[in-house]
Design a protein. Sequence first.
Lengths: 61, 215
Amino acid sequence: MDILQQKIELQELINDLVSLGEDKEELDFWSDFFETLDDEERQKLFSNLRKEKEDLEKLKK
Amino acid sequence: MNENIFSNEIVPQEMPGLKRPDDFLDAKKTDATVEKIVSPEKKKIMEAAREERRGLLERYLLKLKKSVAEAKEAINKKIPMQVQVLASMTTEVSTIVLYAQAIRGKNSLNEKISPKERLLAILSGGLNDIAKLLLALAATTGNAEYAKLGATVYGASWVTLLAKNGREILHILKYIANCFELKEVSDLMAKSEETLEQYGYDNLENILELEPTEQ
């Protein structure tokens, strides 16, 4: 996945998490310097955000 | 967060009223709008996720600190050949500015900022000048290669700090073109020197104010 696609997915994740009650300002901070992270760091961030989204969505059910 | 990650030179440890990344990650945050909608269960999940992100941020900042130290060393040497080294640090420099903005609550950098942060802000702000310069060069010569070079050096914002006037900027851009092995662009810029001489090199503004000419 190239950086553009990653940023799109990141923004979608952020939007979803914000709609679930997460702090937009904090997540925007990560979005701001996402491009400067290396691949491993980006994957860790994605993994972290995806898991949080899954956990929060389970609560809704 | 480990207080040793950033030295006082880069990020003041105590700046009342200013927001730091830690504030974003602080589990005790009292943002009313957030508190209203976050249930205890949600909060527990969010705190766990934020704690993990805090670890990621700490590791990232440690890496950043090393890059900054290397960049500082290169700057201190004031050797033209360091241009190439500094170029590789540009991403990190930009990130520091983002960091500085973040700890100040994402407001514009202002007079409260330390000399170190101000320098970093200047470095970042120079980016626009270079972009404008290259656009002006593209407009005056009608050649898109300058725009291409602009994209290449887009992150090299510290260039303006090194440049005292247009001539120096041109020389530095040529040097960068060489660093990135953009020989065509380098040759093109050399050819354009004569044209630019007609307009004068007194300062950056003189060049930026050039009107596009017919080819």
